[in-house]
Write a new protein. Structure first.
Length: 301
């Protein structure tokens, strides 16, 4: 059977903690820690193994079950790991998916115009952030003519989302790849200390990124079922702050924030909500950021 959603199917069918145990790691339940036996110099608690994600605190990077099998068995070769796991599930994997999204993002970043940078700066996004994350101007992968924000995982770009003030819809995801189906944004920030902040939108996430706090975001409002499952594994043992938009008319942001906080709380995660205040107009974190508010002080009191 061939699948265009290969990674999600593999992640759903093969719990990471069970795969780790099969590969000799002393894990009996998700959320446990052990040494990262795929590298030298790891202590006995540097590797966190969840149901869907792992995180290596020594390297400051993590990933899903395919990334883990690639590290443990295939010297980091994702194509080989994907082929092995797909065969195990009677799925047909592509021979290779050699598209280098990091290089594509680098080209998009180089294509930014002075006007693009001015727009981003006006929204409170610094040139340092723009170039660290390779924010750019899209010209392919369904992102033509849009400002593009990459998703980083294990120090490489795995996905991208595009923004436009002139085109509809305002936000657009990249053409679906075999590798990712809209993951959670901010995985590489988990090495930072402090509470994990979950904001609502793309520019809100960038504003939180600039505070130095760890940030995970759906980049599009409500989390999908898969994003929620991934999120629960990623924030195990961490303090979480949820801060969505202030919507005076619909109350959508407030409702979604409470719904997510309840899900996290019921999963045993320490969570709090920061409710934004407005004067009759919709307000988000990025609005406050570009208006001069100290976002870190607002979130962490």
């Amino acid at each position: 059977m061939t699948s265009n959603n290969l990674f999600p199917q593999i992640k759903d069918a093969l719990p990471l903690h069970e795969m780790a145990a099969e590969l000799g790691y002393p894990i009996t339940a998700p959320g446990q820690r052990c040494a990262a036996m795929y590298r030298d110099g790891s202590n006995g608690s540097s590797l966190l193994i969840g149901e869907r994600h792992f995180y290596d605190f020594g390297l400051g990077e993590g990933g899903d079950v395919v990334d883990f099998v690639a590290k443990v068995k295939h010297q980091g070769n994702l194509t080989a790991a994907l082929a092995e796991l797909a065969e195990r599930l009677n799925l047909t994997a592509p021979r290779t998916y050699s598209i280098d999204f990091t290089e594509i993002a680098r080209a998009f970043n180089a294509a930014l115009t002075p006007g693009d940078r001015f727009y981003l700066n006006e929204r409170g996004i610094t040139n340092q952030t723009i170039d660290e994350l390779l924010v750019g101007r899209g010209s392919s992968h369904n992102l033509d003519g849009r400002l593009v924000v990459p998703y980083w995982q294990s120090r490489r770009v795995r996905y991208m989302v595009g923004h436009s003030e002139k085109q509809q819809p305002k936000y657009k995801k990249m053409t679906r790849s075999v590798e990712m189906v809209h993951p959670v944004w901010g995985l590489d920030t988990l090495k930072r200390s402090g509470p994990v902040v979950i904001p609502e939108g793309t520019f809100d996430a960038l504003s939180v990124y600039q505070t130095g706090l760890p940030v995970l975001s759906p980049m599009s409002g409500a989390l999908s079922k898969e994003q929620t499952a991934d999120l629960l594994g990623l924030v195990e043992g961490r303090e979480v702050i949820v801060c969505f938009d202030y919507d005076p008319k619909s109350s959508t942001g407030q409702t979604q924030a409470r719904k997510l906080a309840k899900t996290l709380f019921l999963a045993g995660i320490s969570v709090s909500i920061v409710l934004l205040k407005g004067t009759g107009e919709k307000v988000d974190l990025n609005d406050l950021d570009k208006g001069g508010t100290d976002i870190r002080s607002l979130l962490v009191k």
